[in-house]
Design a protein around this ligand. Structure first.
Ligand code: ZN
Length: 248
């Protein structure tokens, strides 16, 4: 079984299509796990939602799903994120919002994998960006393995008695494969499809392969300009358009 694990598509259909294509160059994809924020910031929220729906994706909600339906207030968002969230809310149909509202905050897939947008401590808000947050998350993770998103930066946190705070936290590089060991609890962030923030503008995703019991991090180029043009036509905030070129 090969699973495409992706997060933070952020309504960027060109990036999503590139990922769906590239993921299949190594073989068939048997499942897609979406770790939240498939909408928000970008110009094609409904298209990305239906494209992932066509793939039979298993979803968890991120803060942008909740903001798009009004389930949470946008008061805690920064100005650009708030503008984009309100724009997104105005573009989505009632049935699309019902789909977003129905997404759980956490779920377990394939028995051994916990999925969440942020952390199990604070599912739609907390950034897993430190060993401390990693340890707190892993203490709550009842499965050996987990996936999270939200930071837009590929990374891994693993329980390690020798590490300060009991957790090793580090970034994941393109092409790096993590061998899954049931004796070591880990949570992996596949980075962002539609708005990477690690200085590399290429779309980021991971493939879990059950045969090799490994998770591999991939990057793929996409047509950034086409997404930026659609954002300009939609009059979305300047910085949200520019950051796609920088991967920041
Ligand atoms: Zn996000």
């Amino acid at each position: 079984m090969r699973v495409l694990v992706l997060s933070d598509v952020h309504a960027n259909l060109s990036a999503l299509e590139a990922v769906l294509r590239d993921a299949r160059t190594g073989g068939a994809i048997d499942a897609v796990w979406s770790l939240g924020d498939c909408v928000g910031y970008g110009p094609q929220p409904g298209d990305c939602l239906s494209r992932l729906g066509d793939e039979g994706a298993a979803f968890v909600a991120g803060n942008h799903e909740r903001a798009a339906t009004g389930a949470i207030s946008v008061d805690d968002f920064n100005a650009d994120a708030r503008t984009a969230a309100l724009w997104t809310a105005g573009r989505l149909e009632t049935d699309e919002k019902a789909l977003l509202d129905a997404m759980p905050e956490t779920r377990v897939e394939a028995e051994h994998f916990s999925l969440v947008h942020g952390t199990l401590r604070w599912p739609i808000w907390e950034y897993l960006y430190s060993a401390e947050a990693g340890f707190a998350h892993l203490a709550l993770q009842e499965t050996p393995f987990g996936f999270c998103g939200h930071t837009h930066v590929p990374a891994i946190a693993s329980l390690d008695v020798d590490a300060p705070g009991g957790c090793d936290f580090r970034r994941l590089a393109e092409g790096e494969s993590v061998l899954l060991d049931p004796g070591t609890k880990v949570v992996i962030n596949p980075g962002s499809v539609g708005q990477p923030r690690d200085g590399d503008p290429r779309a980021s995703f991971a493939i879990y392969d059950s045969e090799t019991q490994s998770v591999t991090l991939h990057r793929v180029e996409y047509d950034i300009g086409s997404t930026q043009r659609l954002m300009e036509e939609a009059d979305l905030p300047r910085w949200l358009i520019e950051r796609l070129s920088e991967g920041s």
